[in-house]
Design a binder for this molecule. Structure first.
Ligand SMILES: [Zn+2]
Ligand SMILES: [Zn+2]
Length: 461
């Protein structure tokens, strides 16, 4: 079962880290201890209910209403939606948690890890990614956050054929590389780039493929030396990007010769390339914030409102032409818009290029501290590395704390709770949930810490 995918993480957590959390002086809490975790009840949101009530109709209506525009229904869509509907729900299995001090118990549901549709899992993934990127992958040099967008006229190509998103991302990297090499007047240098492919626009429910790129503000030589960029010219990079992308789409037989020349001739071509301010080498927190931002979920689970007529309303930035600040969707249109952001199986949303590609990373790591790192920084980096890998073992509970500022294992009495077993067997899950719903339990909130139901408690494993 897909939602059990989290099990190894939680088990790992239990084995290696529980003991560390037991004492306040273990160095885990640097400020006040976090608040007590409360289950998020996804089923109470309009977002969840819309999928629960309308997804089957969406699948039945797909061919007639959406196929022409977006291509056939991708297999990954129903699979991901099914996982999302089980995410955070006890029906999908749970961990039994007990407080050693006051003996109270509660259940913690598993999460789904579905990409593109589950905002809760995507937020966790973004936090984990940002941390790994800044603590392990990016050498401490200055960076900038670049964005690459493309005109409306060709966005549909990428919706119907997701593979082309790889070409889009590679083309953005090549434009940066070529421009930087020209600036330095040498071919043996390259920048380091991390590209996050994002398919949603400003209000989350529109299909707007574009790229967020963290670019080293300079280039690395073969010897691993870092040369800072003397200046940045986004217009030049933008022009290289536009020409290269249109040429490549034409070569791949996705654009006719005429259409390509049309797009090249436009005065306002709809292509844009921006670069943000420099993020200095020592500002790792700033870098981590950007990394989290560029991999954030498309829509928050509480982002929509249901109108009296049953349609859905979503807040949007002010439309300069119409003055509108909301968009209205019928439920199937809305499901279509949201599921467009689910990436294909095996398609990487984040890609590494140049000095950050897998092979090059080894070279840079090998030269570690000698050329690309300001001296004195190395020992600190090593210490940080050890600390962070220790901390990372507790990823799941720690990430929840980081994102929601709560600790799923903190009891109301103040003690740290422990995971006593994982319940995944559907028969046992059913029995426990039936008991929780029974008359004897009804009067109480089943999530309040309490003694386990005697008749249904499975033996801890
Ligand atoms: Zn307790
Ligand atoms: Zn999830």
């Amino acid at each position: 079962m897909a939602y059990c995918a989290l099990l190894p993480t939680v088990t790992h957590y239990l084995r290696d880290e529980c003991a560390h959390y037991g004492t306040p002086d273990a160095g885990v809490w640097v400020c006040d201890p976090p608040a007590v975790y409360r289950p998020r009840h996804p089923e109470a949101s309009i977002f969840y209910q819309t999928f629960e009530q309308h997804f089957d109709s969406y699948v039945r209506a797909y061919e007639e209403r959406f196929e022409l525009r977006s291509g056939p229904l991708r297999r990954v869509v129903p699979e991901s939606v099914e996982q999302f509907l089980a995410c955070g729900r006890l029906q999908g299995g749970f961990a039994r948690i007990r407080c050693p001090a006051c003996k109270s118990e509660h259940l913690l549901a598993f999460s789904c890890r579905a990409r593109g549709v589950c905002s809760s899992c995507q937020a966790k993934r973004a936090a984990l990614f940002a941390e790994k990127l800044t603590s392990e992958i990016l050498p401490p040099v200055p960076y900038r956050h670049w964005t690459f967008t493309i005109p409306k006229a060709i966005r549909g190509l990428f919706e119907r054929e997701r593979r082309l998103l790889g070409l889009l991302s590679r083309t953005a990297y090549d434009s940066i590389r070529k421009s930087f090499q020209t600036l330095f007047g040498r071919k043996d240098v390259r920048p380091g780039c991390v590209i996050s492919i994002q398919s949603f626009g400003s209000f989350g429910a529109n299909f707007h493929p574009h790229l967020h790129v963290l670019v080293s503000d300079g280039v690395f030589t073969r010897a691993g030396e870092f040369l800072e960029l003397p200046s940045v010219d986004t217009a030049a990079v933008g022009e290289v990007f536009r020409r290269l992308l249109l040429r490549r789409l034409h070569d791949a037989e996705r654009l006719s010769e005429r259409f390509m020349h049309n797009l090249l001739g436009w005065v306002h071509p709809g292509f844009s390339v921006f670069a943000g301010d420099i993020i200095p080498a020592e500002d790792r927190q700033g870098l981590e914030r950007v990394a989290r931002y560029i991999t954030r979920p498309a829509l928050a689970i509480d982002s929509i409102r249901r109108r009296e007529d049953g349609r859905l309303e979503i807040q949007t930035p002010l439309d300069p032409r119409t003055g509108a600040t909301v968009r209205i969707f019928d439920p199937l249109e809305w499901i279509h818009a949201v599921t467009a952001h689910i990436p294909d199986r095996g398609q990487h949303q984040v890609r590494y290029y140049g000095a950050l590609s897998n092979r090059a990373r080894v070279t840079i790591a090998g030269l570690d501290g000698q050329s690309c790192r300001p001296s004195g920084m190395q020992q600190k980096r090593d210490e940080e590395k050890i600390d962070s890998s220790r901390a990372r073992r507790a990823s799941w509970a720690r990430l929840l704390r980081k994102i929601f500022e709560v600790d799923p294992l903190l009891c109301t009495c103040g003690a740290q709770m422990k995971i006593v077993s994982f319940i995944t067997e559907p028969r046992v899950v059913d029995r426990i949930l039936r008991h929780l719903a029974s008359e004897a339990c009804k009067a109480r909130d089943p999530f309040e810490p309490r003694a386990p139901p005697a008749a249904a408690s499975p033996s801890p494993t």
